[in-house]
Design a protein around this ligand. Sequence first.
Ligand SMILES: [Zn+2]
Length: 199
Amino acid sequence: MRYVEKYRDEANELLRDSDLFEIPINIEDLAKKLNIEVRYKDLNKLSGVIKYTPSSDKVIITINSNDFELRQRFTLAHEIAHYIHDINFEKEKKIEDTISSQTHFRKEPLSPIERRADKFASDLLMPNELFKKEVKSIVKKLFPDRENFNFEVREIYKIVKDTSKLFGVSKPAVIYKFKSLKITDEKLTKELFNYHYEN
Ligand SMILES: [Zn+2]
């Protein structure tokens, strides 16, 4: 068993033990500390690839350099999630992620492995406890007089925008996080996505 296995579903612990528990999370540094080589190149339709080679005991993550920066960050976190969960370190393993397997509107439902990697990536870049705290203070700053979480879509979108900037993640990634933390419900999530794609 590799030491990394203990961090399965423990994104926060992984960050804390790596001295990286502050936002924006330095995901490049995390890869470095895990001894993962990260390369950037044109991957055409792929967003990222992780490859483990037993003979050299080497893990290489390749990120599509044509994607926009926040997407690249999320992809790196996603591939690190594969590293923690999906490599058994006995045989060669290669996982290729297409653009559509990333956090945004998807045509097909994700496999459990991909869903787990997305969730872990989201927890790495937006650790729940830091996330809730920062969202609270963003809300206070934007809407100092508001007593409850009764906002219009465009107002929530402002919160999404500031949160996205602070954590270095895309707005859709924040919208998904709001949903997974039950800050917003299904209906509001849909409205936020519509608002996002219309503006
Ligand atoms: Zn994946």
